[in-house]
Design a protein around this ligand. Sequence first.
Ligand SMILES: [Zn+2]
Length: 500
Amino acid sequence: MEQALYVYNTLTRKKEVFRPLHAPHVGMYVCGPTVYGDAHLGHARPAITFDIIFRFLRHIGYKVRYVRNITDVGHLEHDADEGEDKIAKKARLEQLEPMEVAQYYTNRFHEAMNALNCLPPSIEPHATGHIIEQQQLVQQILDNGFAYESNGSVYFDVEKYNQKYKYGILSGRNLENVKDASRDLAGVGEKRNQADFALWKAAQPEHIMRWPSPWSSGFPGWHCECTAMGRKYLGAHFDIHGGGMDLIFPHHECEIAQAVASQGEQMVTYWLHNNMITIEGQKMGKSLGNFITLPQFFSGDHPKLDRAYSPMTIRFFILQAHYRSTVDFSNDALQAAEKGLERLLDAWKALQSITPTANGSVCINSVETLKQQCYDALYDDFNTPIVISNLFEATKTINSIVDKKETITPDALEALKETFSLFVFDLLGIKAGSAAAADGSGNDAREEAFGKVVDMLLEQRAKAKANKDWATSDMIRDNLAALGFEVKDTKDGFTWKLNK
Ligand SMILES: [Zn+2]
C-alpha cells in the first residue's frame, strides 16, 4: 500500500486518494441482482468491475468485506412505487412460490458469475431475510420526522428532507427537476409530493409477498434494503458503495437520503459506478429484441449472436474498456476480444517453453518496467485497458523471443512469467482454458491429463513420420483436426491448440 490508490468518486465528481476508514479493513457494498430472470450483459459488467476492485484491494493488502445483496422483494416494475413486484409477477405467471422464483434465478446467477470467474462476495444478504432491519430503518426515519404514513404505506418526505439537507447530491438533480420528471407517474394520490418515495407499501389483497408491520401488512420499498443491510454488515460508516450508473438515480440518491434522514449523516465515503453496455449502439431492452442473457451468450442461442462466446471472452471484452466508459457490444467486437485473449494465452503458453540465455537482450529491468506500468494503471482508478495494452506489448516481446529475434536472461524470464501470471490470472481474473498453458496454471488436473494424451499421440505421429509411415502420421493429424485440434509442425517438433 505504499503507492496511492486513486478512485473516481461519483459524489465529488473527481478522482480521490482512497483512504479507508479503518485500514487495513475495507467495507464495500455493491447492489446485486433482482432475481426474476437470467443475468444479462448489464449484470456482467458491475460483477466484473467490482470483482477487479475486490481482487486488487486484497492484493495490495486490504482485508475487504464485500457485501452484495440479492433483491428478492420490493423491486416493483419500472422501478416505481406502484405496479407489481417483479418476483411476485414472475411467480404468478409461472405458478410458482415467489421464493421458488428467487431461488431458481439466484442459483442461475451464481452459475453465471462462477463461469465469469467472479469471486463470491463475503456476504450475500437477501432482502426478505432483513425485513425487521428495514422496518427499523423506516421507524427511525418516521421518528426523525422525514417520513409520513398514508393509507398504511410510509413515504419519504423529500421536500422536508430537502429543507434541512440537500436532496440530489449524488445525481446532481435538484428537487424541481425530480418533481417534473415524476409528474406522470401513478400513485401520486397517497403521496404529498410526486418526488416522495415509498419506504413501506401496504399490500393489496392479491399481493402474496407481505409481512406484518406497525403500519400495515405489506412489504418494504426497494431502496430500504441496501441502506439497512449495508449498515448491518458494514457499519454506520463504510468505504465503498458501488453499482451501475443506472442506479445513481433514483436508487442511490434515495439510499443517501435514507441514511442521512435516519442517522444524521452519510454512510458511504466513495460512490463508484460502472458505465452501461449498449448493443450495436442501442440501449439494451426486452422490447428492442436485443436483450441477450449470459446463458445465451455462452450457448450462442440468440438471433443477434453469430455463435457462442466463452465466459472468458465476455470477461476480457468487458475489461478492454475502462469501467467508467461505455462499451458497445457487437459480434465483431466480441470476436476481436476473443482473438486478443487467445493471443495473450498463446504467449503465456509459449513463455513456458522458452530457454533463457545468460546475456539475453531482454533483461530484468524491462520486465520491472512492464510490471510497474501495469500496477500504475490499476492504482489509477482500476484502469484495466492500460494493463491489457501493456500485456500485449509483452506478448510481442515473447513472440520475438520465440522467433529467435530476441533472447531473454533467466531472471527476466522468471519475472516475466510471474508478472504475466499475476496480472492475467490473479488480477484480471482470466481463467486459462484448453488453449492455454498445459503447465497447470489456471488449468485443472483433468485438462492437464487430456493435454498429455494429445502430446502422446503427437509423439507417435512424429515417430511414424521419422519412419516415413505417412499413412499413420496423416491419420493422427486428421483425426485430431476433426476433434478441433490444430497441429503445427515446427523446427523443434510440434505445437497444438484446441480451437473450441
Ligand atoms: Zn442497492
